[in-house]
Write a protein that binds this ligand. Structure first.
Ligand code: SAM
Length: 274
């Protein structure tokens, strides 16, 4: 019965120009993500999926979406990518860890780091295990708009292929190998998790939960934003960075056409200092 309903839905979705614009606005206002016309077909299949899961017809689903921010977030989850992996674009992270070691020698300090679009946790866990290799004290706040990626992050179980960039010694030290039904998976150890607090945070609508961070890492999310939105987000995050603190973006991203007060760091692409 459900299958027939789904089949019917799939065939019947005709997204008018106005309906597409309505959806586009909703997604933009909630998340800053800018959907272009090229995403229309993808959007239709994702709509069908969410309609099936929420058991609503098209009109009911659009009304539901318009009145339910949580559903917009679920919907965004299906139209963007949460793709991430361990030790992704690690040059800027390695640079910061080295710098923290240099300045920690001068004073006792607990380093505060914020991963502001942490997806499934690969990024904050990668930073944590590199800091655990030093004798530094640190805490990491890891946030994302999506509840489902945060649930995965808290669970801390990953397919082994996501860990291929982790040096072997660290893989052995900070992960447990899965057995039985978890064969081919690893689980991050509790000693790493103890340094990280996962919370929901929407870069567009929320106010930074804290300030004075020694590093704010916001990578591979602004790629979905238009320039004015990116500029607003960068300047909002600027306020959360401590003087002389770092700001890291993704390698495919740039602050070039934005007005901001960060200074770039020579020879370390995608890394800025306040
Ligand atoms: C491609 S992942 C990047 C993950 C990680 N930073 C990395 O570079 O591997 C992008 C993440 O941004 C999140 N995201 C999208 N819009 C957001 C928003 N408005 N506020 C916070 N997070 C958002 C998505 O849920 C997704 O998990």
């Amino acid at each position: 019965m459900l299958y027939l309903y789904y089949g019917l839905v799939m065939n019947e979705i005709v997204l008018s120009k106005n309906q597409f614009l309505e959806l586009k606005n909703l997604v933009y206002q909630t998340s800053g993500i800018n959907l272009h016309e090229g995403k229309k077909e993808l959007l239709k299949s994702k709509l069908a999926k969410r309609m099936r899961l929420t058991r609503k017809n098209f009109d009911q689903y659009l009304a539901y979406l318009a009145s339910n921010e949580q559903e917009v977030v679920e919907f965004i989850d299906t139209v963007t990518t949460n793709h991430s992996y361990f030790f992704r674009e690690n040059n800027s992270i390695a640079y910061m860890v080295q710098h923290f070691q240099n300045i920690a020698a001068k004073k006792n300090k607990v380093f505060k780091i914020w991963c502001a679009a942490c997806s499934t946790g690969d990024e904050p866990y990668s930073i944590a295990i590199q800091l655990l290799e030093t004798s530094l004290d640190f805490s990491i706040l890891a946030t994302d708009i999506s509840h489902s990626v945060l649930a995965t992050a808290v669970r801390g179980i990953y397919r082994i292929d996501k860990t291929r960039n982790i040096p072997n010694t660290m893989l052995r030290r900070y992960f447990q190998q899965g057995t039985g039904k978890y064969q081919g998976h690893v689980k991050i150890k509790k000693q790493v998790q103890a340094h990280i607090s996962f919370q929901r945070f929407n870069l567009i609508t929320d106010t930074p939960p804290d300030h004075g961070f020694d590093a704010v890492i916001c990578r591979n999310v602004m790629i979905y934003f238009d320039l004015p939105t990116s500029e607003t987000v960068v300047n909002k995050l600027y306020g959360a960075v401590a003087p002389k603190g770092f700001f890291a973006i993704g390698n495919a991203e740039s602050l070039m056409n934005l007005t901001h007060k960060f200074s770039s760091i020579p020879k370390v692409p995608s890394l800025y200092i306040k």
